[in-house]
Design a protein around this ligand. Structure first.
Ligand SMILES: Cc1ncc(COP(=O)(O)O)c(C=O)c1O
Length: 419
């Protein structure tokens, strides 16, 4: 791989070189070059990931774990190897602690169905943040409805940072789980995980981290963090759609009940009952997305070749540049922490007098893809008094020049709407 060309010891990551690996940037949108700023929803895929999919179907296609024939053996080894790559990516102790899922939502549901439903009782408490994505909120509501579990929420300040004092007051021996989004998909806020995990463990609570927005953008170390579960989306970190994963501490996963039952996840079955396969297969029932899982491993290779420190530093530069330019625009409101140290490159903003959907349409005419809407975090939006926002989110292939194009697009929208 031409890794040296993509990163440089002095200047870090070179987005222009990185872009060459992404065929989609050859595409024109309304006759203009594509400027993709919707990375918080899903990223683009580099050629090695696309090629891994093709290689699987043209060279290796077979089911895993079942047959002794060569193709099945090769597919099984490659699929297992992908788990090992993800384990290294987040510094898990063992690849058996990595369960492949379809997305982060499924990973979080797995914790709820496999752990929460069995472990939690009436009166037990779950502490969540008000900035959770619906994926780490709605599943826990089922335990409130069916088990009488109490949900409590940590509030945010006006800049969208967690009120940690309040969090500590919410904790008690009744707290059995703390669920926290690592980085907000609306505001970019990075939450102080070490402090949160330590406080939660002090009262004996488990911690589930939603790392969907952090895993792609900064180095993660689950051993150092000591979180109990961590969920992420593969498709937000260059992997194929339909990929995500759950990390869980081995002793917890061993004790947990399977979420889906049937093929592949059993050790033996009689008419009286069944025993479970070893980790992680106990939680991967049925034929998995084998090609996609293998390609996720290739995405992880790609990111690790770039170096997550380089990824973070590049996005930090873009974030600072974009914040500086956006904050100077009249009639533009930028949400989230003002200090770039407290956030990642996800910027929600509104232009007074222009609905975010209209703004996104005007930007689309310029080939610029941004998200508009409530970003699946309605309680947070309500708390901060906003219905919808536009959102620009950066990744390894974005450039300062593209930020300039975004600013020009916003100015054009202001002219069109006469604001
Ligand atoms: C913070 C956060 N959590 C969870 C999700 C859900 O991810 P997935 O679509 O992979 O289920 C998202 C997706 O936008 C997200 O931003």
């Amino acid at each position: 791989m031409a890794t040296q060309a993509r990163t440089d010891a002095k200047r870090g990551l070179d987005p222009l070189k990185v872009r060459e690996d992404f065929p989609i940037f050859q595409r024109k949108i309304h006759g203009k070059p594509l400027i993709y700023l919707d990375n918080a929803a899903t990223t683009q895929r580099p050629r090695p990931v696309i090629e891994a999919l093709e290689r699987f179907y043209t060279r290796m296609n077979a089911n895993v774990h079942r047959a002794v024939h060569t193709l099945s053996h090769e597919a099984s080894v490659a699929y297992e190897e992908a788990h090992k790559k993800v384990a290294r990516f987040i510094n898990a102790r063992s690849w058996r602690e990595i369960i492949f899922t379809r997305n982060a939502t499924e990973a979080l549901n797995l914790v709820m169905y496999g752990w929460g439903l069995w472990e939690l009782e009436e009166g037990d408490e779950i502490v969540l943040t008000i900035m959770e994505h619906h994926s780490n909120l709605v599943p826990w509501m089922l335990l409130r409805e069916r088990r009488g579990v109490v949900l409590k929420f940590i509030d945010v300040d006006e800049q969208g940072r967690l009120k940690l004092d309040e969090f500590k007051r919410l904790l008690s021996p009744r707290t059995k789980l703390v669920g926290v989004i690592h980085a907000s998909n609306v505001l970019g806020t990075i939450n102080p995980l070490p402090e949160i995990v330590e406080a939660a463990h002090r009262v004996g609570a488990r911690v589930v981290v939603d790392a969907a927005q952090s895993a792609p953008h900064l180095p993660l170390d689950v051993r150092a963090l000591d979180c109990d579960f961590l969920a992420a989306s593969g498709h937000k970190m260059l992997g194929p759609t339909g990929t995500g994963f759950l990390y869980g501490k081995r002793e917890l996963l061993e004790r947990m009940e399977p979420f889906l039952r049937g093929g592949d996840m059993i050790s033996s079955v009689t008419l009286e009952g069944a025993t479970w396969n070893e980790l992680p297969w106990k939680f991967e029932a049925g034929t998995p997305s084998i090609a996609d899982g293998i390609a996720l491993g290739v995405a992880v290779d790609y990111l690790m070749d770039l170096g997550l420190e380089n990824v973070y530093a590049h996005e930090r530069r873009l974030l600072e540049y974009a914040l500086e330019r956006l904050l100077k625009l009249e009639g533009v409101v930028v949400y989230g922490p003002h200090d770039p140290e407290d956030r990642l490159g996800v910027i929600s903003f509104n232009v007074e007098g222009v609905h975010p959907h209209d703004l996104a349409s005007v930007l689309d005419e310029e080939g610029i893809a941004v998200r508009s809407g409530h970003h699946c975090a309605q309680p947070l939006m309500r708390r901060l008094g906003m219905d919808n926002t536009a959102r620009a989110s950066f990744y390894i292939y974005n450039t300062e020049d593209e930020v300039d194009r975004l600013i020009e697009g916003i100015q054009r929208a202001k002219r069109l709407f006469r604001v």
